[in-house]
Design a protein. Structure first.
Length: 468
């Protein structure tokens, strides 16, 4: 069992584990399986890791297919890194996600839990993302079938699509993506066709050459559309010709921008997008709140479920109109503004200054006069003088990144001792770790999972904590 290139035969898949991997048990060993397996499948697994009590590998042959399996709706399934659960009916996806929350809070958190509410599934299970980022590459990923058909001479093709998992320099050329509404595919395919016809070079991440780098699209439920084309260096004549062609060919674009990125990495947060057409931002709505979203703004990627998530957060906060609410990791202020009408005062704190700038604008745009926002680290900002000025919090809302809260922030929360904490998490595993640390002072009163990303294993979870 500990040899290399071991293949386990006729392994029955029984469930799912963390990160959406299939789960099986054989001869007392736990086996984690990649490769699009469904509970009920019987597969052969080639092991990549083989330890005493567990192993990890990929399904290389399917003997029996689960009766629960459904046909994937995307032609790129199995090669693209997204939507890995297309072969699983949506109601079963929700069951496994709900169980994932239960398992993490029970096994990692080890705290006393109330009955966990049924997961809130999404009404829209495709075309639900308001933001997507595509990558240009002169090294298109070729499938095994394409490689076999090519023979000895491997063709080099351009691609605009998504990075292939574990291959940083290969991009899968995407014709139709079902994650975002039109005109997303029309914009992407229009640029590809024009670039090929006019011999515009696609970026080579290894050699740091080429011109076209990334395309970032925002398509909002308000109907507004923003496209940001990222190029490696300025070429005014080529750039204007391409951008004019996009505007002429694709109806409905309300903001068209370009960003010059001469760096080795793809991040644009330290760059300055330039407006070519339109107002340079889009507006999205949650209930009747309107939010300005610029090319570098963070906003909940699924607008429909983002609104559901915020409603749960507001409900858990139990506001009566007088409370001082501290909104930690507030980003562009969306949660704080969403709960503001039921609060006495909202104090938002966020490390990224540009996000705070957007939060201030969003508050003004929505006539929210009882919210103030501060840029900086909570650990540094929140002290006795800050409390003297703003008041101690009655409710703390915290929405940290996937890594969860820093241990020093957890210590700060215990020091502050607010009566209620509403913890919004995109990673129940790190949330469970933090709940265990907070358990010395807080009890878990309510738990509500929310599915933000259908056809993936990702899950959001909201927890209400009350001071003992």
């Amino acid at each position: 069992m500990r040899k290399k290139n071991v293949v386990l035969e006729n392994v029955p898949v029984s469930g799912y584990a963390a990160e959406g991997k299939g789960l099986a048990r054989q001869d007392g060993k736990v086996i984690f399986i990649e490769g699009g397996v469904v509970p009920g499948d019987v597969v052969d697994v080639r092991l990549a890791k083989n330890k005493k009590d567990w192993a990890e590998g990929r399904a290389v042959h399917f003997h029996t297919l689960s009766p629960d399996r459904v046909d994937p709706f995307c032609r790129h399934f199995g090669e693209c890194g997204g939507c890995k659960w297309q072969m699983l009916p949506y109601d079963m996806q929700l069951q496994y996600k709900h169980q994932q929350v239960v398992d993490h809070l029970t096994r990692i958190g080890k705290v006393t839990l109330p009955e966990i509410s049924p997961i809130m599934g999404g009404k829209e299970t495709s075309h639900y993302r308001n933001k997507l980022e595509f990558t240009f590459s002169n090294k298109a990923y070729l499938t095994n079938a394409e490689m076999a058909a090519a023979g000895d001479e491997i063709p080099r093709r351009n691609a605009i699509g998504f990075h292939v998992p574990k291959l940083f320099d290969k991009v899968l050329d995407i014709q139709t993506c079902h994650l975002q509404a039109e005109p997303a595919n029309l914009i992407k395919n229009t640029i590809r066709e024009y670039a090929e016809a006019n011999e515009l070079s696609f970026y080579d991440i290894r050699q740091q050459t080429g011109w076209l780098r990334n395309l970032v699209l925002r398509i909002c439920t308000t109907g507004e559309v923003m496209a940001n084309l990222v190029i490696f260096h300025e070429d005014k004549e080529k750039r204007e010709a391409l951008l004019d062609h996009i505007l002429k060919t694709v109806p409905g674009i309300t903001s068209l921008l370009y960003t010059i990125n001469p760096k080795k990495n793809d991040s644009i947060f330290d760059l300055e997008p330039k407006v070519y057409y339109g107002k340079g931002y889009v507006e999205e709505k949650l209930e009747d709140f309107v939010f300005k979203i610029g090319p570098k703004s963070f906003f909940q990627t699924n607008t429909y479920q983002g609104e559901a998530l915020y409603k749960v957060t507001r409900d858990f906060a139990g506001l009566t109109g007088t409370e001082v609410v501290y909104d930690l990791y507030c980003g562009t202020g969306s949660i704080g503004i969403f709960v503001s009408r039921l609060a006495g005062k909202v104090i938002g704190i966020e490390l990224i200054k540009e996000a705070i700038d957007d939060a201030i604008i969003n508050a003004e745009q929505n006539n929210v006069a009882n919210a103030t926002f501060y840029a900086g680290d909570v650990i540094d900002i929140v002290d006795d003088a800050f409390f003297a000025k703003h008041g101690a919090p009655d409710v703390i809302i915290t929405d940290p990144p996937r890594a969860g809260m820093h241990e020093k922030l957890v210590e700060k929360l215990l020091e502050v001792g607010a009566p209620k904490i509403v913890y919004v998490s995109c990673n129940p595993a790190t949330q469970a770790r933090d709940l265990a640390l907070l358990d010395v002072m807080y009890t878990v009163e309510k738990v509500q999972p929310v599915d933000m990303f259908p056809h993936t294993h990702h899950i959001e979870n909201v927890v209400l904590l009350k001071k003992r």
